[in-house]
Design a protein around this ligand. Structure first.
Ligand code: CA2
Length: 160
């Protein structure tokens, strides 16, 4: 069976591209999802892409991912900074967890600077804009050893 990767998006990210384009850009979440689906197809990995405005729903999705997902990519959005339930759920996910932010949270105001979720993350990507989703997906596929032969060695193997 092909590896499966789950991408989770937290509160308000359904509005991506529609508000605050100076911080988050003008790309919509639907466009991000489409690019990710294209890349997943090239990589031969299964992809599920979800967004929820509800903390408990996200906890349920992380818990359920333990059954059938090999890696998890999460943009916890505003829940990054205080959600202990999300942190606890991420801690019990057995596979790699990539935390992703569109903006560079370290260059932002005090309120947006410290994500408590990073303690449970295998890796953190931020500041690359929507392209961060592509980098995260590629890295997640690499982590679950799922980059196919035609990809350049620099991507499928990397420095050894
Ligand atoms: O940069 C990111 O991806 C963030 O996770 C986005 C969160 C913010 O609280 C984090 O500090 C960084 C906010 C997401 C809110 O979604 C919006 C979508 C469209 C327009 C405005 C906000």
């Amino acid at each position: 069976v092909p590896a499966k990767i789950l991408i989770l998006n937290g509160p308000n990210l359904n509005l991506l591209g529609e508000r605050e384009p100076e911080i988050y850009g003008s790309t919509t979440l639907a466009a991000v999802q489409e690019s990710c689906a294209d890349l997943a197809k090239s990589l031969g990995v299964g992809l599920e892409f979800q967004q929820s405005n509800h903390e408990g729903a996200l906890v349920d999705m992380i818990q359920n991912a333990r059954k059938d997902c090999d890696a998890l990519i999460i943009n916890p959005a505003g829940l990054s900074f205080h959600s202990v339930p999300i942190l606890d759920a991420l801690k019990i996910f057995p596979g790699p967890v990539i935390e992703l932010h569109i903006s560079n949270i370290h260059a932002r105001d005090e309120q947006h600077r410290h994500s408590i979720q990073s303690a449970a993350a295998t890796a953190v990507i931020c500041g690359l804009g929507p392209y961060g989703y592509i980098m995260a997906l590629l890295s997640a596929a690499k982590m679950v050893s799922s980059i196919p032969e035609p990809f350049p060695e620099a991507i499928s193997v990397g420095p050894v």
